[in-house]
Design a protein around this ligand. Structure first.
Ligand code: NAP
Ligand code: MG
Length: 402
C-alpha cells in the first residue's frame, strides 16, 4: 500500500515527559507507516524552551498562523520544583498561555465516548463539548475587604471627561466588594470561535448567562452573540441544519442533565471552569478528553486535555512498566490530520483520521485498554495493556479497517 501524501505541513509541537514518549510511539506505530507525514517540527520540551529563552514557543505559534493547523503534545508549565529539576534560566510561562495569547480564540473540550464506559449521567449518549470563554470576569477582578461603614461606588472616567457613576452599596458594617470587567472585542471573538466551531463540527450551539439578573453585564454577552449570529452565521447554520440556542444558565444546567448530549455548550469564564470539570468527570477521564484551540481567524491547535503524566514518566525512567492512556494524544493527531485533509482536499487523509479514531474506540470496546480505563469500565475482565502494547493493539485494529 502506498503512503498517503500531504501537501501542507502540520505544525508539530513536541512536549515533555510521558506524553513525549507516547508521541514518538504514536508516530512510529500509527502514523509513519501509513502517511508520508509532513510536519514543521518545534520542540516545546522544557529543555529546548530554556535553551531558546522560550522563543521556540513563540515561533511555533507563528508557524500555526502561517500553516493554519497545529498538533501539540502536553508540556510542563514550570514551577519552583521544575526550576531546579531542569536548571531553568527563568520560570517560563505556560506554553498554552503563550500560544493562546498569539492565536487568540477559544478552547473546545469534548469527551471521547466508548460504549463500555458509561457516563454517570444516564441520559448522556453523545459527547458534550464545552467552550469556555477565557478572558475576564472574576478571573480579572479587583476586590476590597470592606473594613466598616461607608459608601461603595462604581465609577467610570471616560477619556473624553465623561463620568459614569453608580452607588454599589452603603455599608453600615464590614463586608466585601468586587469589580469585574470584560471587553466587547474578547466577547466577539469568543462568539465567532463558537459559531465557527459549531459549523465545523455540525453540532448545535448552546449559550447561557444570567441576563435576567445582570441586565447590563450578562446582557452584553447575550446581545453580542445574537448580533453576530444574525449578521454572520444564521444562513450558514440553516444550511448546515444546526441551531443556535440561547437560554438562562440555570435552565441550561437543567437541560444538560436531561439531554442526550451531542452539542456545544458555550460558557462564560466561571461557568466554563466549573462545568468543564463537572462534564469531564461525569464522562469518565481526562485521558479520554480532546481539546482544540480554535482561533477567530480560523487557525486550529489540537492537543490532549491532560498533562505530561509525570508520575508515569518517573516509573518509565526507572525501567518500570507503565500503562498510560494515549487516546487523547492520538485524537490530537487525528483532529489535526483530518483538518489538514479537509483544508487541502485530501480525502484519504480525512478517511485515515476517522479510521484511526475508530480503531482506538473499537480496541477499547473489544476489552483491551490501559489501566486508567480498566478501573472505570463495566467490562468484567478487561485486558489491561501497557503503554506500548495498547498502541500496538490499536495498530492491529487499524490494519483491519484500512
Ligand atoms: P497530569 O499529567 O494530567 O496527570 C495527573 C494524573 O492523572 C496522573 O498522575 C494519572 O493518574 C492521571 N492521568 C492523566 N493523564 C493520563 C493518561 N493519559 N493516562 C493515564 N493516566 C493519566 O497532571 P499533573 O501530573 O498535575 O501535571 C504534570 C505536568 O503536566 C505538569 O508539569 C503540568 O504543568 C503539565 N500540564 C500540562 C498541560 C498541557 O500541556 N496541556 C495540562 C495540564 C498539566 P495516576 O498517577 O493515578 O495514574
Ligand atoms: Mg477548574
Amino acid at each position: 500500500m502506498s503512503k498517503i501524501q500531504m501537501t501542507t505541513p502540520l505544525v508539530e509541537m513536541d512536549g515533555d515527559e510521558m506524553t513525549r514518549i507516547l508521541w514518538q510511539m504514536i508516530k512510529d506505530e500509527l502514523l509513519l507507516p501509513y502517511i508520508d507525514l509532513k510536519t514543521e517540527y518545534y520542540d516545546l520540551g522544557l529543555k529546548k524552551r530554556n535553551e531558546t529563552n522560550d522563543q521556540i514557543t513563540i515561533d511555533s505559534a507563528n508557524a500555526t498562523k502561517k500553516y493554519g493547523v497545529a498538533v501539540k503534545c502536553a508540556t510542563i508549565t514550570p514551577n519552583a520544583a521544575r526550576m531546579e529539576e531542569y536548571d531553568l534560566k527563568e520560570m517560563w510561562k505556560s506554553p498554552n498561555g503563550t500560544i493562546r495569547a498569539i492565536l487568540d480564540g477559544t478552547v473546545f473540550r469534548a469527551p471521547i465516548v466508548v460504549s463500555n464506559i458509561k457516563p454517570n449521567v444516564r441520559s448522556w449518549k453523545k459527547p458534550i463539548t464545552i467552550a469556555r470563554h477565557a478572558y475576564g470576569d472574576v478571573y480579572k477582578s479587583v476586590e476590597i475587604d470592606v473594613p466598616g461603614s461607608g459608601k461603595a461606588k462604581l465609577v467610570f472616567e471616560g477619556e473624553d471627561g465623561n463620568v459614569l457613576e453608580e452607588t454599589i452599596h452603603e455599608f453600615d458594617g464590614p463586608g466585601v466588594l468586587q469589580g469585574q470587567h470584560n471587553i466587547d472585542k474578547s466577547i466577539e471573538s469568543f462568539a465567532r470561535s463558537c459559531f465557527n466551531f459549531a459549523l465545523d463540527t455540525k453540532q448545535d450551539l448552546w449559550f447561557a448567562t444570567k441576563d435576567t439578573i445582570s441586565k447590563k453585564y450578562d446582557h452584553t454577552f447575550k446581545d453580542i452573540f445574537q448580533e453576530i449570529f444574525d449578521n454572520e452565521f444564521k444562513t450558514r447554520f440553516d444550511e448546515a441544519g444546526i441551531v443556535y440556542f440561547y437560554t438562562l444558565i440555570d435552565d441550561a444546567v437543567a437541560r444538560v442533565m436531561k439531554s442526550e448530549g451531542g452539542y456545544i455548550w458555550a460558557c462564560k469564564n466561571y461557568d466554563g471552569d466549573v462545568m468543564s470539570d463537572m462534564v469531564s468527570s461525569a464522562f469518565g477521564s481526562l485521558a479520554m478528553m480532546t481539546s482544540v484551540l480554535c482561533s477567530p481567524d480560523g487557525y486550529f491547535e489540537y492537543e490532549a486535555a491532560h498533562g505530561t503524566v509525570q508520575r508515569h514518566y518517573y516509573k518509565h525512567l526507572k525501567g518500570e512498566e507503565t500503562s498510560t492512556n494515549s487516546v487523547a494524544t492520538i485524537f490530537a493527531w487525528t483532529g489535526a490530520l483530518r483538518k489538514r485533509g479537509e483544508l487541502d482536499g485530501i480525502d484519504e487523509l480525512v478517511d485515515f483520521a476517522n479510521k484511526l479514531e475508530k480503531a482506538c474506540i473499537d480496541t477499547i470496546e473489544s476489552g483491551k485498554m490501559t489501566k486508567d480505563l480498566a478501573l472505570l469500565t463495566d467490562e468484567k475482565n478487561p485486558t489491561v495493556l501497557n503503554s506500548r502494547d495498547f498502541i500496538v493493539a490499536v495498530r492491529e485494529t487499524l490494519e483491519g479497517l484500512l
